[in-house]
Ligand binder design. Sequence first.
Ligand code: FAD
Length: 803
Amino acid sequence: SPKVVIIGAGVVGCSLADELTGRGWTDVTVLDRGPLFATGGSTSHAPGLVFQTNSSKTMSTLARRTVEKFLELGAFDQVGGLEVATTEARMAELRRKSGWARSWGIQARLIGPEECAALHPLLLPEAVLGGLHTPTDGLALALRAAESQAERASARGARFFARREALEILEHGGRACGVRTAEGDIAADFVVCCAGFWGAEFAKKLGLAVPLLPMAHQYATTGQLPGLPVAGLPILRHQDQDLYYRAHGDRLGIGSYSHRPIPVDMGSLAVDTADEPMPSMLPFTEEDFAPAWRASMALLPALAETKVEEAFNGVFSFTPDGFPILGEHRELPGLWTAEAVWVTHSAGVAAAMAEWMVDGTCGLDLHECDLNRFEQHALSPTFVAETSARNFIEVYDIIHPHEYRTVLRGLRTSPFHSAQQELGASFFEGGGWERPAWFEANAPLLAELREGGTRIPERDGWSDKFYSPISIAEAAWTRERVALYDMTPLTRYEVAGPGALSLLDRLTTNVVDKPVGSVVYTLMLDERGGVRSDLTVARLGAHTFQVAVNGPLDFDWISGHLPDDGSVTLRDITGGTCCVGVWGPLARALAQPLCPDDLSHEKFRYFTALRTYLGAIPVTLLRVSYVGELGWEVYASAEHGRALWDVLREAGREHGVIAAGRVAFNSLRVEKGYRLWGTDVTTEHTPAQAGLGFAVRMGKGDFIGRAALAEAPAPPTMLRSLVFKDPDAVVLGKEPVLVAGSPVGYVTSAGWSATIGRCIAYAWLPAETPIGAEATVDYFGAELAAVVSAEPVVDPEMARIKR
Ligand code: FAD
């Protein structure tokens, strides 16, 4: 069995020791700088509330698995969870949340004020509009869970050492090979850092980045409330005031996020708490608690009978996107991390980590939590501090799925940015890039559509946010004329060298050994046959390929498979280049006069590439289209970007060229059935399940994931398209899908189609669901009727692209 050293004996480290030893890796050593098991870390005093339902399917699954395990360990008090609303907006949010619960298989029910008060008799029914009750939520007994898992791991051979600090990671041949402590070195094949909020500081000493910010969060316990039914109360969340509550015998515990963000400086903490048994417990700052106490008395009037008796500012981790940080460091293989994990997700995370370490992959999609998901700028101390503090403030806020970061905008802009600003672009952010969602300059096209009798649906207050119907006009224009789409943020790498072809052949499912000038759509799978990414591979030279991928995780995967002999180089060329999609029936009329080469359908076939010029600008043209129209992705060096944009705009004037945004782009790609990796498809799905079987050539020879696909059983679910019956019906994603009144699946993504005048959605449904089946989608409690339809909904003959 491999030697494993786990740094940190909090609930995460102990759970991981249990999971690894349970899988037969019994040579496990767990070190903690503090005593066992009240180590002084966050687990030592976590009140342990577990609300399972989250917008993320993965996080909800991790929570559900934690509950199941803690129940089995006798470390869970299943008192139920109650989340109350005091505003209409929150009530709507609870309706949306009850949809997520249905989507992810968690039983939850919306209830009225009286039933809220019946469940939680301290609560003033007049103060709330209603609530969401989840009977399987409750209280994790975090220390007991840590200790009992440690006992089980010890019985299987694991060793736990108190007061043994990991000082350094030992390295050999570029891999982590052990841990240095004051008591001596411990050799290891795997080192896993489960150091909680110490994680960032520890990684920094090693020259590595773990983007988490330790923050203080207030927790107070009242005096006794004798004669009141406190014991056994459900856990309670009052998110409109950033508060939560639990019972401690006949006292009430109050947790508050309603104060200013209080980041913790690890340098001062180490000095200030050098002799403290509980470095994660800082002195209570009473003035920060005043609003929380007032709001608590308004909701729970019985608190007037008592006061706060014990209170502290507790420390735990926040991250730039609110997700944990899991996985192996790319810069130091052999060193893993499992940090910024709540008690809520701890056992689920540990099981997923153990599976990942032992089997090399994990059945659960972890891309949201992967340590290597961050772009370079997101690792900067400034970014980590500002976004994590923002996450603290917004921890209980109602966040729209199309709402994007407001702090630290403008970090990455394409060369077309100023031109887009001049056209009134409304920007959103993704991967640090400013991306146009739609352009005010196109408002007259919308007016024209309306005048021409096209019915533009009325949206409700929620789906109308971060949205403009101008995007419908942009999409319609793309299908009729020609539009420019800024594709610069599309991550692209150059894979070059004599070994490039065989590397790509092994990593991907389709045949990439095609003549220079070919473009191939293909997939990267993990060893289980799950889809890790989809990509286009353009062969630009015998040994030079340009691959367009989904983001940093792909860099991680490809670089992890580079041959040792130096025969392949991998270079991220995204920032030094730009890309504009020129798409629509008039794309050729626009581009041909600018180009010395023949762009006719016969000479420049679909899925081929050409290095040429547009005007005086050197470009690479790829004849592909994610929107399902004639045209090209035009790549140029970044310094030529603005000139390229101007040349295209000028040449396009006579054809009515417009700039179009991401919302139009999304609706067009949904019409064409093109999947969005990470949203529609993840590692949890095989290509066939996801409708991507056409990109797999089982006969081409071996590739990663092939053996698993060959043995894959018939899948229980399939990604299907739904077309809504009511032209005004709109969904945004993650809503539950019901067939004959029972939840059977969930929506992944959706877009309103200008071509068919209806919303089209993608949804995971039971494989046996036939085309033509009737389904409903639960959108904030309303049941919207839809039909499972054949794909793609628009232009199945590909006549629009191949002309
Ligand atoms: P920790 O418990 O902090 O363990 C990390 C361990 O690593 C520590 O024991 C530390 O001593 C050790 N360590 C660090 N560096 C080294 C080193 N170099 N060598 C050896 N050992 C080292 N979560 C919920 O899910 N629900 C809640 O209701 C909830 N409420 C909370 C309320 C408060 C006031 C606080 C502070 C946190 C709360 N949390 C809650 C968060 C939760 O407590 C933490 O996210 C969780 O306990 C983290 O567990 P961990 O094992 O990762 O970290």
